[in-house]
Ligand binder design. Structure first.
Ligand code: NAD
Length: 445
């Protein structure tokens, strides 16, 4: 099939590359001319395992094209995906300006029937807004062309996006017409070979499914962080509690790791947008508000522990702190809403100087913070430790899990670790002479 995708960010680019790889002819269009030029020269603007090879292969085969030419992109295909950003506006609601700009582009350039597929995460009712926009634009041209609007939210995880897209747990399709359902069925046929993973539903349910999924995942994280805070105050070990509750299959072990809170471009904004929807419909949603509040508090917990350990915020002045991990989670260079940023900015405020290392997010950190005297990006994880008064771990990258503690001790000014991801065993570190402070467990000295 011929397909057009608006937006070449995490979602649009992965969607485009994966749909091209199974045999569709995909044109990806973006307003960012620089990004399109880089993509056309084979450069991938984001770190996503497996994506580069996929883009290269399909670009050279002609199955995947990148363009800024809207008219050509619209005429290329009967199916038009909207995969642009929906960032929070000043009230926390999803800002639909980019989605509606795409609807305007499609409406102004279409000359045949289109199936418009909304893949961006959008509040319930947005498909109706897109439909109204298309009707308005077509009306301006005295056009009576028909179209369908489909909700097809995306569930890929950054860091595992290609694999998630190629082997989805489920494909959600909210469609109002038989024609739209048939088109979506054909489009996703290659992903349903083993068994049909598609769930067809009404448009509003599809839109709400995406928010429900992200809000529940965020709730699991805030829940275990709440329990971690109980554990710290009650002399219990949250890791024992985690294993104890995870053993119940109704709870399970997945996605209940205590830590510094969730970040990234989705959970914070989607939880806030759902809260905003509650306000708009006059519904009191205390659970959703609490998930967000617990998470915001949790992001400051490592700083509080560091300040307490050194005897107060004012004692942090001039301290040299090493940071391992900048990305909001492993296997991505994405630092949007990353807990590391809350820690970094609080440490600067207190007058500490930082030496940081992340396996892939260094360039992103440089882009965000620029060059500063109190922010050195180290060549590797050990180099970050030279003369450091303490190490703070913000991201649980695989390569941080079993480091050479002897080399670490030799490089650091003192054997002190603040672990925001609980990746080490406190007893072991204590035996080797470290002071080890983690989340929801007693400090080990
Ligand atoms: P992103 O910010 O990485 O990319 C958005 C892209 O859209 C940018 O390249 C931007 O230049 C482009 N764009 C903006 N206006 C445009 C226009 N008028 N025409 C063409 N291109 C335009 O965003 P993302 O992370 O890919 O997220 C996109 C949507 O998918 C959001 O609604 C997000 O909530 C949702 N989502 C994201 C993820 C994720 O893990 N990142 C997962 C599932 C769903």
């Amino acid at each position: 099939m011929k397909l057009t995708i608006f937006g070449t960010g995490y979602v649009g680019l992965v969607t485009g590359a994966c749909l091209a790889d199974v045999g569709h002819h995909v044109v990806c269009v973006d307003v960012d001319a620089d990004k399109i030029a880089r993509l056309n020269s084979g450069e991938i603007p984001i770190h996503e395992p497996g994506l580069e090879a996929l883009v290269e292969r399909n670009l050279s085969a002609g199955a995947l094209e990148f363009t800024t030419e809207v008219a050509r992109a619209v005429s290329h295909a009967d199916v038009q995906f909207i995969a642009v950003g929906t960032p929070p506006d000043e009230n926390g609601a999803a800002d639909l300006q980019y989605v509606l700009a795409v609807a305007e582009s499609i409406g102004s350039n279409m000359t045949t029937h289109k199936v418009v597929v909304v893949k961006s995460t959008v509040p319930v009712g947005t498909s109706d807004v897109v439909r109204a926009k298309l009707t308005e634009v077509l009306g301006r041209q005295n056009s009576a062309l028909a179209f369908d609007v489909v909700s097809n939210p995306e569930f890929l995880k950054e860091g595992a996006a290609v694999n998630d897209f190629l082997k989805p747990d489920r494909i959600i399709v909210g469609a109002a017409s038989e024609h739209a359902r048939e088109v979506m069925k054909e489009l996703y046929e290659p992903f349903n070979r083993n068994h049909d993973r598609t769930l067809y539903m009404d448009v509003r349910s599809a839109e709400l499914t995406k928010y429900a999924a992200n809000a529940l995942l965020a709730t699991k994280i805030s829940f275990i962080n709440e329990i971690a805070n109980f554990a710290e105050r009650l002399g219990a070990d949250v890791e024992e509690v985690r294993r104890g509750i995870g053993a119940d299959p109704r709870i399970g072990y997945h996605f209940i790791y205590p830590g510094l809170g969730y970040g990234g471009s989705c959970f914070p904004k989607d939880v806030q947008a759902l809260g905003r929807t509650a306000t708009e419909i006059g519904y009191d949603a205390p659970l959703i508000a609490a998930v967000d509040a617990v998470n915001n508090r949790q992001k400051t917990t490592l700083f509080d522990k560091i300040a307490t350990h050194f005897g107060g915020v004012e004692k942090l002045k001039g301290k040299r702190i090493a940071i391992w991990g900048l990305a909001f989670k492993p296997n991505t260079d994405d630092m949007r809403e990353a807990p590391s940023r809350v820690l970094i900015e609080a440490l600067w405020e207190a007058g500490a100087s930082l030496v940081a290392y992340d396996p892939v997010a260094m360039e992103e950190a440089r882009r965000i913070y620029g060059t500063r005297e109190d922010f050195v990006l180290a060549a590797d994880k050990y180099a970050a430790l030279n003369d450091a008064d303490a190490l703070a771990i913000c991201t649980e990258w695989q390569q941080f899990r079993a480091p050479d503690f002897v080399e670490m001790a030799e490089r650091m000014a003192s054997r002190l670790i603040f672990d925001g991801r609980n990746i080490y065993a406190p007893e072991r570190l204590k035996k080797e002479g470290w002071s080890y402070i983690s989340i929801g467990r007693a400090p080990a000295y």
